[in-house]
Ligand binder design. Structure first.
Ligand code: SF4
Length: 435
């Protein structure tokens, strides 16, 4: 397929977006060129995610649309839906050429080459260390803020989630391979390292007989002088060790912002979700974090209308939001995923009520976020500049330590600058500043 063009469509979570970037670089290294118009592309890659509602349904309808195109295309479905649907995909849609699970997409070039011999290519094996080795080689440059996958998979089996089935058990990379990748990225300009994993704080590897946890890994990464900021996402409350919590007080490079999904403020619902903690436990973690670092801010995910959620349960979630005052969040109406435990539960809350609850919850979160942003107006805040706005070159885009997007009016900044800016105005999502 040399000289051919490709189009990649991503469907969901942060991990999926990150994987798409990797797929793009794999295909570019193979000599293919990116095409922003799916109509004209020779290869279409659907990088699927099962986190969002009706994921499989959306993929099939997108495949239906592109396969009607006049130009003959190779169609590859990769990611979590491919893993879950497996051979079934070829049966459901004859236009599909490649089905590839999330642990094997480094094999995409080989599978493309082999299409002449075998028109239905499939790989849904969990060969995760091979993938990490390959990607580490590819991951030379991402920019000022660079992501590194350090852990994949999940052993938690929350009742609503497909990840343990599609991404397999928890697996962590070695310290050495991660540090090598950090060096390679910082040598290419990275200033911020974002450690990524489905359960990133469950990270655990061994160096000889010594166990290395996320706190140890962060300490090692901090020794690299070119690294100015470190973040990690997504964490599970039960894996917030005291060592990791204390690091938020002692390590200046670790940003004072943590994405720690709670999902619900009702202990009854948390138990039904099999989250393995209750609200008191979650509040205890937040209190420990605030004690060691009063400046730390928390973001969360929320599922509204989980089977059995009563008005009382929902109000408990609102109370928890009021108490913690999350400064960012992602919230969704519950929808069952095939094969999960919760999909067998009786879901009798009417959709109208779920939608009203979501609206109330999002309004509350938005107000908290807006009020938080407003506290910075007239003050100075440190920003790591990531790029210049393409639509308005008078502005540079960056992020504060609390992950707030900032647009800085200036003509003489460059990516990688870390500067204190004057916050002049804001909305609930972003800050606006001058130098
Ligand atoms: S912790 Fe729960 S929600 Fe997160 S990936 Fe694992 S099973 Fe899914």
């Amino acid at each position: 397929m040399e000289n051919s063009t490709f189009y990649v469509k991503s469907y969901g979570c942060q991990m999926n977006m990150y994987d798409s970037e990797k797929i793009i670089s794999i295909l570019e290294n193979k000599g293919l060129k990116k095409n922003l118009n799916p109509e004209n592309a020779d290869l279409i890659v659907f990088n699927t995610c099962n986190i969002r509602d009706k994921a499989a349904h959306k993929v099939y309808s997108d495949i239906g649309r592109v396969s009607k195109s006049k130009k003959k295309k190779t169609i590859a479905v990769v990611g979590c839906v491919a893993q879950a649907e497996n051979y079934e995909m070829f049966r459901k849609n004859k236009s599909i050429d490649i089905v590839l699970g999330p642990q094997s997409y480094h094999l995409l070039p080989l599978m493309i080459d082999d299409l002449n011999n075998n028109p239905n290519q499939i790989n849904t094996e969990f060969i995760i260390n091979e993938k990490f080795d390959y990607l580490s080689e590819q991951n030379k440059s991402q920019g000022v803020s660079s992501y590194i996958t350090i852990q994949e998979g999940c052993d938690k089996f929350c009742s609503f989630c497909v990840v343990p089935y599609t991404r397999g058990p928890e697996y962590s990379r070695t310290l050495e391979s991660i540090l090598n990748e950090v060096s390679s990225l910082t040598n290419n300009g990275a200033k911020e390292i974002v450690l990524l994993g489905q359960n990133v704080n469950a990270y655990e590897s061994y160096s000889g007989k010594y166990k290395i946890q996320l706190s140890d890994l962060i300490k090692s990464i901090s020794k690299n002088k070119k690294v100015k900021r470190i973040r990690y996402t997504t964490s599970h409350p039960i894996n917030m060790s005291d060592e990791l919590i204390n690091l938020h007080s002692t390590n200046d490079k670790l940003m004072p912002f943590l994405h720690l999904p709670v999902q619900s403020g009702s202990s009854k619902i948390l138990q039904r979700m099999n989250r393995k903690y209750d609200t008191d436990f979650y509040l205890g973690i937040i209190s420990k974090l605030k004690k060691v670092n009063p400046n730390i801010e928390i973001s969360s995910d929320f599922i509204v209308g989980y089977p059995g959620e009563t008005e009382k349960d929902f109000n408990e979630t609102l109370r928890l939001i009021e108490e913690i005052r999350f400064t960012q969040s992602f919230s969704f109406i519950y929808s069952p995923r095939p094969g999960t435990k919760s999909s067998l539960e009786n879901d009798d809350t009417p959709m109208k009520i779920k939608k009203t609850r979501l609206q109330i919850l999002q309004e509350k979160l938005k107000n908290i976020q807006f009020n938080f942003n407003k506290t910075f107006i007239g003050k100075k805040l440190e920003v790591l500049i990531e790029n210049q706005s393409t639509s308005n070159p008078e502005y540079f885009f960056g992020r504060t330590p609390f992950m707030q997007p900032v647009y800085v009016k200036s003509l003489d900044l460059k990516p990688g600058d870390i500067i204190n800016v004057n916050i002049s105005t804001c909305n609930h999502k972003s800050l606006y500043a001058t130098c």
